[in-house]
Design a binder for this molecule. Structure first.
Ligand code: ASP
Length: 291
């Protein structure tokens, strides 16, 4: 039984197979490889893109999807998450796709070895499918990403997207720079900068991040206008530089990225969403069929 809790669960061949299949699926919609398979989604945190992307990916491969809304589930009546999960597994799904605010939860459920567990975002620790779709988008643009430099900008310390991205991008031979005000900067051996201006001449890509207000235990900035004056990706900052702009969404317009940059061809936010479906199709195939 194969799980995906973090990209480190995949060997290099697994990652390359997923990227190759995602590319193939983008060129030609595959046949219903996962017909008769059933997936259950269990999202304890809000989601727009990830949940619908998994559902579209599963359905494009012919699988069925059942959503459990935890706010209406018995975890709200005091049932433990392990019991909720075990009950869902008794219905014999082929996999459970889970998002949770606790870093450890998907891994703990995977250890029960009852069904394949796919982490759709856990706390500030990992969001492996986002990292893979971001890598796919970078590869689609650059071809080989080895030696390319990406700056991750914003609330890095609270971001599972950054955390998974850093692990995967460095593993693929990319240089990763961190750009953030002090409260958003994690302890790290990677090069750290406080201003965007210091890095813009040396990067091939910028990944902007949203301030993860739901994970802050106290108010960090009273005024995100002030934050945006330093970290928002604007046409004035970018100039004519050939830099790819990524963001996992939801974008805080004019705080993370300006309206004008969101409309700029260098900005790949909607390509990331499109590629997310193909990447998740490839991930589901890898976990449920190939493994
Ligand atoms: N959608 C991403 C996540 O679930 C990023 C974000 O929420 O800012 O982590």
């Amino acid at each position: 039984m194969q799980h995906l809790i973090e990209t480190t669960d995949l060997n290099d061949k697994g990652i390359n197979d997923i990227l190759r299949d995602a590319k193939r699926f983008k060129i030609q919609r595959p046949i219903a490889l996962l017909r008769d398979r059933l997936l259950i989604t269990l999202f304890f945190e809000n989601s727009t893109r990830t949940r619908s992307s998994f559902e579209v990916a599963a359905k494009r491969l012919g699988a069925s999807v059942v959503h459990l809304d935890p706010s209406k589930s018995s975890t709200n009546k005091g049932e433990t998450i392990e019991d909720t999960f075990a009950n869902l597994c008794a219905m014999e799904p082929d996999g459970v796709i889970i998002r949770h605010s606790q870093n450890e939860t998907p891994g703990q459920l995977a250890k029960m070895e009852m069904t394949s567990v796919i982490n759709a975002g856990a706390g500030s620790y990992a969001h492996p499918t986002q990292a893979l779709l971001d890598l796919f988008t970078l590869q689609e643009h650059f071809g080989d990403v080895r030696g390319k430099t990406i700056a991750i900008v914003g609330d890095i310390i609270s971001s599972r997207v950054a955390s998974s991205g850093i692990r995967l991008f460095t593993r693929m031979g990319m240089n990763v720079l961190l750009v953030a005000p002090k409260p958003f900067m994690p302890p790290s051996e990677l090069p750290q900068y406080e201003t965007l201006e210091e890095v813009l001449d040396q990067v091939d890509a910028v990944m902007s991040l949203r301030a993860q207000l739901e994970r802050h235990t106290s108010v960090i900035f009273d005024n995100y206008g002030e934050y945006s004056s330093h970290y928002c990706i604007t046409p004035e900052r970018l100039g004519s530089r050939d830099i790819l702009i990524l963001h996992p969404g939801p974008v805080m317009r004019n705080i993370d990225i300006s309206d004008a940059v969101l409309d700029d061809p260098r900005c790949k936010v909607l390509d990331q969403v499109k590629n997310g479906v193909f990447t998740r199709m490839a991930i589901l195939k890898h976990l449920l069929l190939d493994a």
